[in-house]
Design a protein around this ligand. Structure first.
Ligand SMILES: NC(=O)c1ccc[n+]([C@@H]2O[C@H](COP(=O)([O-])OP(=O)(O)OC[C@H]3O[C@@H](n4cnc5c(N)ncnc54)[C@H](O)[C@@H]3O)[C@@H](O)[C@H]2O)c1
Ligand SMILES: O=c1ccn([C@@H]2O[C@H](COP(=O)(O)OP(=O)(O)O[C@H]3O[C@H](CO)[C@@H](O)[C@H](O)[C@H]3O)[C@@H](O)[C@H]2O)c(=O)[nH]1
Length: 464
């Protein structure tokens, strides 16, 4: 089966970059990315390609090449569904904030709305691809909705989870460790659908890196991969606290254990805690699924990864308060970095939000600088927690355009994102302009601590 026309529902961090790369690599396929968010679509269509809504290294160049050739962004969801042979569902699947499973289960309402819309609009057979991260067995619910409310149209459901990490999305898409496709491989139609999607990726991904499985394995593999990755971060962060008590250094420990080829060196960077829209949401979802099957020990095992991560964020903030003579009330604390990791403007679940919330509860005056995050996003993140009034957040938090201004007259500076540029600042100028003693808290082990101490800083790093 040849695919000529792809529609992707959801023009977010996954839909946008993924479809841009498919369009670039498959110039004969028309790719339309649709979204109900008009502003987001307008931004994707912005004449100045540097204004597209998602910052990812290398992305604007790809969009510039493919946009209006075979890559289109539109709010006309119905038209794009109708014309497509293959529809990717790439909408958000956040943690539920209400009802059964509140705070744990994935909220599938956006997925279900997409399924109902596809069923309502379609007049020709479709391959529907789950690109969003979903609980295992969601494909069954999708199929049910499509088959029972459709108009005689045949649907094949595939699971094709996305493994890109933000900040390296383009590189990850260009050169994935593997592409995973789950389908109804027991039937001829199912196999044909799987092959159609394999053929799309085979434009640039070596065939032996395209893995095909049954749908349930594919759905569950995505949650498993994120759980394993997050577990590594929580494991090294647990060790960071022990290092601080014992004189061991977490970077030396990570290097020593990572050189064991069975353990491997990646994802052992101790930090102020993992953030991002995926790890916490997906592990909570896994915990919920395990509980729903009565697997309490399995659920408790994975929940500990989140408990450890919350502890790491809290203890970093508590250490600032303790070190500043047990009070930060009225003290100016400069925060360098708001994004949940470098090279992205995404702030979802960023550790910075929780550290700053803690410091505000201790009545600190907070000043923030981030190279890519806009002030309105920073305020929105704090408002979302509902800890204090919106007015108070604006009164007590200032967002500035330069790091030097942010650190001026600060009692303490805290590095919360590992942006490369932070390493190259004129730190002696920052030191000179701060109040003394000048406290520097490195939540990423980013800076050269020895040099900072020589400059006069009171330097504290996670895990040493
Ligand atoms: N962000 C990542 O790095 C990443 C990586 C892998 C997988 N995922 C998964 O991919 C999915 C999407 O994540 P994201 O980060 O791109 O989310 P996002 O919030 O950035 O984008 C989702 C988009 O879907 C749109 N949308 C929602 N319902 C819609 C509807 N009915 N019709 C049209 N548009 C609709 C929203 O307006 C939004 O723009 C999630 O399941 C997530 O877990 C994310
Ligand atoms: O050694 C490490 C590695 C990561 N982190 C932190 O962990 C979080 C997540 O980082 P990363 O995994 O690089 O970014 P994400 O974009 O959240 O990507 C994860 O989540 C995506 C969404 O599901 C998956 O597709 C990716 O494979 C998976 O890596 C960030 O706050 C990082 O700073 C650490 O603290 N130490």
């Amino acid at each position: 089966m040849e695919i000529n026309n792809i529609c992707c529902i959801g023009a977010g961090y996954v839909g946008g970059p993924t479809m841009a790369v498919i369009a670039q690599k498959c110039p004969e396929i028309k790719v339309t990315v649709v979204d109900i968010n008009e502003k987001r679509i307008a931004d994707w269509n912005d004449e100045d390609v540097e204004n597209i809504p998602i910052y990812e290294p290398g992305l604007s160049e790809i969009v510039a090449e493919a946009r209006d050739r075979n890559l289109f962004f539109s709010t006309d969801v119905d038209a794009a569904i109708d014309k497509a042979d293959m529809i990717f569902i790439s909408v958000n699947t956040p943690t539920k904030t209400y009802g059964i499973g509140k705070g744990m289960a994935a909220d599938l309402k956006y997925i279900e709305l997409c399924a109902r819309q596809i069923a309502r609009v379609s007049t020709s057979d479709k391959i529907v691809v789950e690109k969003s991260t979903l609980p295992v067995r969601t494909a069954e619910a999708l199929k049910n909705i499509l088959d029972n409310t459709g108009n005689g149209v045949n649907y094949q459901i595939l699971s094709n989870p996305e493994f890109l990490a933000e900040g390296t999305a383009v590189a990850d898409l260009m050169n994935p460790d593997r592409v995973l496709i789950g389908g109804d491989i027991e039937t001829d139609n199912g196999q044909e659908a799987v092959q159609a999607l394999v053929d799309v990726y085979a434009h640039w991904v070596p065939k032996d890196q395209i893995l095909t499985t049954n749908v349930w394995s594919s759905e569950l593999s995505k949650l498993t991969a994120n759980a394993f990755l997050a577990q590594r971060v929580s494991s090294i962060n647990a060790m960071s606290e022990l290092c601080e008590k014992t004189g061991a250094d977490v970077n030396e420990v990570a290097k020593a254990v990572g050189m064991d080829s069975r353990i491997g060196s990646k994802f052992l960077q101790s930090s102020v805690g993992f953030g991002g829209s995926c790890f916490q949401k997906d592990i909570l979802n896994l915990v919920y699924i395990a509980k729903s099957f009565g697997l309490e020990e399995v659920a408790d095992y994975w929940e500990q990864v989140i408990i450890m991560n919350d502890h790491q964020k809290r203890r970093f903030a508590a250490n600032i308060v303790k070190t500043l003579y047990n009070t930060v009330s009225g003290k100016k604390i400069a925060i360098l970095g708001w994004a949940f990791k470098k090279d992205t403007n995404d702030t979802r679940e960023s550790a910075a939000i929780y550290v700053v919330d803690y410091l505000l509860n201790e009545q600190a005056e907070v000043v923030v600088y981030d190279p890519k995050v806009k002030p309105e996003q920073i305020y929105a993140d704090l408002d979302y927690l509902n800890t204090r009034s919106e007015k108070e957040n604006r009164d007590r938090v200032t967002v500035l355009n330069t790091p030097y201004e942010a650190c001026e007259e600060a009692h303490a500076v805290a590095v919360l994102t590992e942006w490369d540029e932070f390493k190259d600042y004129n730190w002696s100028k920052i030191y000179d302009d701060m109040l003394k003693p000048a406290f520097l808290f490195d939540g990423r082990r980013l800076l050269d601590g020895k040099k900072k101490k020589e400059m006069g800083f009171e330097y504290y790093a996670i895990g040493s």
